[in-house]
Design a protein. Structure first.
Length: 117
């Protein structure tokens, strides 16, 4: 299982109170597409692409940044703009324990004559 969260307010956005169905007032987040490098696809969908970078902390196993096209990343870097951390993820699997990288984990054949090289 992987759990996580994405901080939508790390994007350029506004939180506004708007009129909803029946005249109720509700809070809504407004995210400008162009300023946040988001595109609406022909089918109407808008995706937020992200990259999960492995970094073990006391709160999570990975942090998320916006996955942008190479030319956009390079322009932002040249302008001295660092991508914000958008959120985090934690991989939870009590059964899986990654093996420690030691020679004890390697099955070696008995004797020196059986090596394949």
């Amino acid at each position: 299982m992987i759990t996580g969260s994405i901080n939508l307010t790390a994007l350029q956005c506004a939180v506004k109170e708007v009129n909803a169905e029946g005249g109720r007032k509700v809070k809504a987040i407004i995210i400008p597409l162009e300023q946040n490098y988001l595109e609406q696809h022909a089918n109407g969908s808008i995706y937020f692409n992200f990259v999960a970078w492995e970094k073990e902390t006391q709160y999570s196993t990975h942090y998320l940044t916006h996955s942008l096209k190479k030319d956009v990343r390079e322009k932002l870097k040249a302008d001295g703009i660092q991508l914000p951390i958008m959120g985090n993820m934690t991989i939870k699997n009590e059964e899986y324990q990654p093996p420690v990288n030691t020679t004890a984990n390697i099955d070696l054949p008995e004797g020196d004559d059986d090596l394949p090289f």
